[in-house]
Design a protein around this ligand. Structure first.
Ligand SMILES: Cc1cc2nc3c(=O)[nH]c(=O)nc-3n(C[C@H](O)[C@H](O)[C@H](O)COP(=O)(O)O)c2cc1C
Length: 359
């Protein structure tokens, strides 16, 4: 457990990601902890996500010169120091007063890009003022097209590098946490928590149930900023995305928060990768809990991962410093596992580095 020093703040040296979650759990009110941790239904998918990454095992390569290991890559032409993006997660003010600003600073320190949730509690211009900060804007497909256009305009002005349209949540899942069960419009946010971009009185957005490829094309037509799809699992949808000219997608089941019993993303990834080849960039999230999981995702053909709950636990445990620590741990673990599997460069992973194991 971290030692807390009043002058220097919490010192997280030596604290693992699991340790950060324990600290977060101790510090957070239970409704906030539940909001972050839980998913839908009996949480089959939450468990499957984590189990699937664990069931993938390395077949390491040896006798490579490992004196330098390159972790940098690029996403949609933007260089990032690690093959990890920050997943869009709403209401970060519920985790810590640093909220999305702390996450933005941790993102910049890690040399990567933050996907800002439409449910951010800090306005985009304040985030954009963080030195070195780069962001992509996550959107749900709002039924109100004028409101969607307004959001797009704000995000373009603030410098969004991409729009990330979340397509796996046309309705809310059957959520297990009390705070997620409040009926539409009925959620009263904890004191100090308000949404900065969308009306702040409703937890459930008015999403367009008629969401189809027409909406995707319409969104793409609003600006020259590329549109990324988040929440694609089926190879045929991935293929269609490539044929529609989409440049990147995220294989995601929303961290088990929407459709329970969705296949784990580690299992879904291979089908998507083989359906699209090099026609678009494939990223993946859900259940990534160690640097080794990042390497496994890349070995299956993902270009980068989105880090979800682990960095949120960091934020909850110690604000910007905690989030920074979470990203540093992931980076260090990734570097160790790359060295031990003979991966000199994460953009050139040898064939056959992982296998499914039953033990
Ligand atoms: C508290 C919380 C809030 C989230 N809010 C959003 C959101 O606003 N938009 C979105 O597309 N995904 C959202 N997600 C899903 C994440 O972007 C990501 O897909 C998921 O957290 C990955 O799973 P993992 O946390 O198990 O790694 C949220 C996830 C959590 C845990």
């Amino acid at each position: 457990v971290a030692a807390f020093d009043s002058d220097t703040g919490p010192d997280f040296a030596g604290v693992s990601l699991a340790g950060l979650e324990r600290i977060a759990r101790e510090r957070l009110p239970s409704n906030a902890y539940d909001f972050f941790r839980t998913g839908s239904g009996p949480e089959v998918t939450i468990d499957a996500n984590v189990a699937a990454w664990r069931a993938l095992r390395f077949l390491p390569r040896v006798l490579n010169d490992m004196s330098t290991v390159r972790l940098a890559t690029s996403v949609l032409g933007a260089s990032i120091d690690v093959p990890m993006l920050i997943a869009p997660m709403s209401l970060q003010r519920m985790a810590h007063p640093d909220a999305e600003l702390g996450m933005a600073r941790a993102t910049a320190a890690a040399g990567t890009i933050m996907l800002v949730s439409m449910g951010t509690t800090i306005p985009l211009d304040q985030l954009a003022a963080v030195p070195g900060y780069r962001f992509w804007m996550q959107l749900y497909a709002l039924r109100d097209r004028a409101a969607a256009e307004d959001l797009v305009r704000q995000a373009v002005e603030a410098g969004a590098g991409a729009f990330v349209l979340t397509v796996d949540a046309v309705v809310s899942g059957d959520r297990t946490s009390p705070i997620q069960r409040w009926p539409k419009g009925g959620l009263i946010y904890p004191p100090g928590v308000t949404e900065a971009l969308v009306r702040s009185d409703a937890f459930v957005y008015d999403v367009d149930l008629m969401l189809t490829w027409d909406y995707v094309r319409w969104l793409a037509s609003l600006s020259s900023v590329p549109v990324v799809l988040k929440g694609v699992m089926h190879p045929d949808d991935a293929r269609r995305a490539a044929d529609e000219g989409i440049r990147a997608l995220v294989v995601s089941n929303h961290g088990g928060r929407v459709l329970d019993s969705a296949l784990s993303t580690a299992e879904a990834l291979e089908g998507v990768v083989s359906a699209v080849g090099d026609d678009l960039e494939v990223y993946v999230d859900s259940g990534i809990r160690r640097g080794g999981d990042v390497l496994k995702a890349l070995a299956l053909g993902a270009r980068a991962v989105l880090v979800g709950r682990p960095v949120l636990w960091g934020l909850a445990a110690g604000g910007e410093m905690g989030a920074t620590h979470a990203l540093r741990v992931l980076r260090e673990e990734l570097a160790i596992d790359a060295s031990l599997t003979g991966v000199q460069d994460v953009t050139r992973i040898p064939e056959g580095l992982v296998r499914w194991s039953r033990v």
